[in-house]
Design a protein around this ligand. Structure first.
Ligand SMILES: Cc1cc2nc3c(=O)[nH]c(=O)nc-3n(C[C@H](O)[C@H](O)[C@H](O)COP(=O)(O)OP(=O)(O)OC[C@H]3O[C@@H](n4cnc5c(N)ncnc54)[C@H](O)[C@@H]3O)c2cc1C
Length: 398
């Protein structure tokens, strides 16, 4: 890993990015590509994001973007060549194939850690400054600048006092990884679901095929990762504790029973869990401030859209700010927010509908769901419409 430059936080910064997770790092690279001078600030130590247990399914569009940023971890990315979508115990299924779109893959699966490592390396090579160990507690904006008030972690911020001096910037971007619970105008939906993540070795090689299986408890995604499947098993809060406590063999049996016999599952390894929900900040921009990715919208992972959408936020913002004298100009921020409306609303609505329609045991909906999957399968234009939006976002971007 290339060492990143420790940031000097004196003077007025061009753009201060709060959060140096995958999105903050990608945003910094996009901004620098657009001619700006970003500075990253993160509450945690430099190696913390490298311990992220999540596995990301990234679309072909996201790969193109990361390649443009010089940060595509090709060696760690497993291509998805086909996606099989079905529901347990009922008819109806659809199959999407990369060949239908003339693409090498519909998407790619990679550990979040691998992405962070590649992004950090690219930031280091391009001299992008990062300051770790400062938690931003408050942000105050006036007509000319924005002040970030933070607390420094004495262990991580070398030479910093526990309360750091305010950081001054023309624009602040929140890439904090979650919508702030206290955000005034926000919308929330609690699905009472958790994601149980693990890896499982299939008994027969996966050949790049991903599975999305809707069960009465919630969707199960099997994503090809190396020789294994990375599993995202969505479950009601009441069930996840008991399953999480099982040993590897018992967990494999429970997963096989829930998924069904279409894929024969072998050894289970590594596991983690995350609470799931939907939280959306209605205003993605404010005075000299913008909220990106998970800080603007935290989505259920059912359609694997969270980071894909976040990358499109970052790219469009960087493009909007290219060549601007003042990156915090309210007219520019409004233009950015308007430009993102359709993609944000489309992706949020699509993900929310999938969870609500496919994660209910209501038998009346079973036939409707089967009919929808069948319609997708026998009507190529409809399937292509859905697939293209999953590949490139609501405007079939870029
Ligand atoms: C189970 C699960 C599966 C998922 N699967 C997919 C998928 O397949 N495809 C996909 O596209 N997306 C997926 N997502 C979403 C994806 O994981 C997230 O969009 C992405 O990892 C978030 O990255 P981030 O950089 O925005 O946030 P984070 O990785 O959370 O980073 C935020 C950073 O901000 C710092 N920070 C926070 N607050 C402050 C503060 N006040 N001051 C300073 N620093 C601060 C933190 O220390 C942290 O380093 C999934 C999510 C989950 C939960």
């Amino acid at each position: 890993m290339t060492a990143t430059t420790d940031a000097s936080l004196t003077g007025t910064l061009d753009v201060a990015i709060i959060g140096a997770g995958p999105l903050g790092l990608a945003t910094a690279l996009a901004l620098q590509t657009a001619g700006r001078s970003p500075t990253l600030i993160d509450a945690r130590a430099a190696d913390a994001p490298l311990r992220d247990a999540r596995v990301l399914a990234l679309s072909h569009g996201s790969r193109m973007l990361l390649e443009k940023l010089g940060a595509w971890p090709a060696a760690q990315a497993t291509p998805i060549t086909r996606i099989h979508v079905s529901q347990r115990g009922a008819l109806g299924r659809t199959l999407m194939q990369a060949d239908d779109y003339g693409l090498p893959a519909l998407g790619y699966v990679l550990p979040a850690q691998a992405l962070v490592e590649t992004l950090l390396h690219a930031c280091g090579q391009r001299g992008i400054a990062i300051r770790h160990g400062i938690a931003v507690q408050d942000v105050e904006a006036n007509e000319d600048q924005v002040l970030l008030l933070g607390e420094a972690d004495a262990q991580d911020a070398i030479g910093s006092a526990p309360v750091s001096a305010p950081v001054c910037a023309k624009l602040a971007l929140s890439c904090e990884g979650a919508v702030d619970k206290d955000a005034g105008r926000s919308f929330e939906r609690d699905y009472d679901q958790h994601a149980l993540l693990c890896r499982v070795r299939p008994l027969v090689p996966h050949n790049g095929q991903a599975w999305e299986r809707f069960t009465p408890d919630g969707p199960i995604a099997l994503l090809p990762l190396g020789q294994d499947y990375s599993v995202v098993w969505t479950l009601p809060g009441a069930r996840v504790d008991a399953l999480y406590a099982l040993d590897d063999d018992a967990l494999r049996e429970a997963l096989q029973a829930a998924f069904g016999p279409a894929v024969r599952l072998g050894a289970v390894s590594e596991r983690a869990r995350y609470p799931l929900g939907l939280r959306v900040r209605r205003d993605a921009v404010g005075k000299r401030m913008a909220w990106l990715g998970n800080a603007a919208q935290t989505l259920h992972p059912v359609a694997g859209q969270g980071f894909n959408l976040a990358l499109r936020d970052a790219w469009e913002l960087a493009d909007t700010l290219r060549g601007a004298t003042d990156p915090g100009d309210p007219a520019l921020l409004t233009r950015y927010a308007r430009g993102r409306l359709l993609d944000r609303a489309g992706t949020i609505g699509f993900t929310d509908s999938l969870v609500r329609i496919f994660s209910t045991p209501n038998p009346l909906l079973t036939h409707a769901r089967g009919a929808a999957l069948l319609a997708l399968d026998i009507l190529p234009p409809l399937r292509h419409f859905v697939a293209k939006r999953m590949l490139f976002g609501a405007r079939a971007w870029p």
